[in-house]
Design a protein around this ligand. Structure first.
Ligand code: 5GP
Ligand code: MN
Ligand code: MN
Length: 333
């Protein structure tokens, strides 16, 4: 049960020290904030830790205290070994990227997450699939350990909740999320500042990339699927951002569209695919069938092959789902 998982996670933290805190590749607001919240909790318990990610933390998250202390795996001492690892918002070991060489069977691993597709790779797993964000799970752990919430911790948890619910708009926005958020607002944090920085502000280079993505956007399958592609050239152009967070939403948000997809070229014949749905299609299932994962309404995977072949495969997959049949039934009425 979740209660038992919380007890086990608290014991893990109490029993050990010198933790490696691992967040997922191409870090988003939840994995960054929840890692910092975890570090904050450990600090308050007098424990030491090292924060690590495969990628550079996007500049916009630098308002989070300690974001600049998250090390790049490529810059870490290869001989440094960690016995105790905590993964945050990491659904499977692959999501840790290059860091997975530190996640051997010799280490004790605490896996804290909220993805329904999490494969429970930890020695201790604290996974709540109904949670809106890993930040919600970390909040529960903070309460379990009777740790105090201060402004800094409140900012971290709020940021994780805000970003993973798309500003408290997605279907994962529960009454529990709202209650936690309300409690956090009592700690003098600024919801307008956090929303402006994480959700509203677009850099010019991001706008350039968005323009390209919108220009290439196509609507297919009777207006039910919309997709766009960003190539290596688009992403490496100095005028354009290399951050694509949020771009896929523009495909899904089109009237009548059920599934929105972004194909992001990461190498020759290799694509990072982001999928979003509105009401019918479980895109977590679809991503899982391609070796990735995620949630019902937001998921992703990496694909090896041509753009044409993935387009064909994904359309076939979508048409085979129960959700698609329901959608067709509903449109007949
Ligand atoms: P995004 O499309 O923004 O990269 O990710 C959307 C959701 O799907 C996130 O919850 C993310 O954790 C999950 N996701 C994206 N790519 C992968 C992947 O390759 N493997 C797994 N397991 N989950 C993914
Ligand atoms: Mn995430
Ligand atoms: Mn998350």
């Amino acid at each position: 049960s979740y209660r038992k998982m919380l007890t086990n996670a608290a014991n893990f933290i109490n029993d050990y020290d010198n933790f490696l805190i691992v967040s997922h590749v191409n870090p988003d607001g939840d994995t960054i904030s929840s890692s910092l919240a975890m570090a904050h909790l450990l600090k308050s318990l007098g424990k030491s830790f090292t924060l690590v990610n495969e990628n550079v933390i996007p500049q916009k998250y630098s308002f989070l205290t300690g974001a600049n202390e998250i090390s790049l795996i490529s810059e870490m001492d290869e001989n440094e070994k960690f016995s105790y690892v905590i993964t945050i918002d990491v659904a499977d070991k692959k999501r840790a990227g290059e860091i997975d060489y530190l996640l051997t069977s010799d280490v004790k691993l605490l896996n804290i997450d909220h993805h329904p597709t999490n494969d429970k790779f930890g020695d201790v797993n604290l996974v709540l699939p109904t949670a809106a964000a890993t930040a919600e799970v970390v909040y529960d752990l903070v309460k379990e350990m009777n740790a105090a919430i201060d402004k800094e911790l409140a900012t971290y948890i709020y940021t994780g909740l805000l970003t993973d619910t798309g500003g408290f708009r997605y279907s994962n926005t529960t009454s529990k999320v709202m209650r936690i958020a309300a409690e956090l607002l009592d700690h003098d944090i600024s919801p307008s500042n956090i929303a402006e920085i994480t959700l509203e502000t677009m850099t010019k280079s991001f706008l350039n990339l968005l323009k390209i993505a919108l220009d290439k956007l196509e609507v297919v399958l009777d207006g039910r699927i919309a997709w766009t592609t960003l190539t290596l050239a688009d992403l490496s152009d100095d005028n354009n951002s290399d951050n694509t967070e949020g771009i896929v939403n523009y495909t899904r948000n089109i009237e009548g569209v059920e599934v929105g997809i972004l194909f992001k070229e990461v190498k020759d014949n290799q694509f990072k695919v982001s999928i979003r749905s509105k009401r019918f299609i479980d895109v977590g299932d679809i991503a899982k069938s391609f070796g990735g994962g995620g949630h019902m309404r937001a998921a992703g995977f990496t694909y090896e092959g041509t753009l044409e072949s993935i387009k064909e495969k994904i359309v076939n997959k979508i048409r085979q789902t129960k959700g698609w049949q329901q959608l067709e039934k509903e449109s007949d009425i």
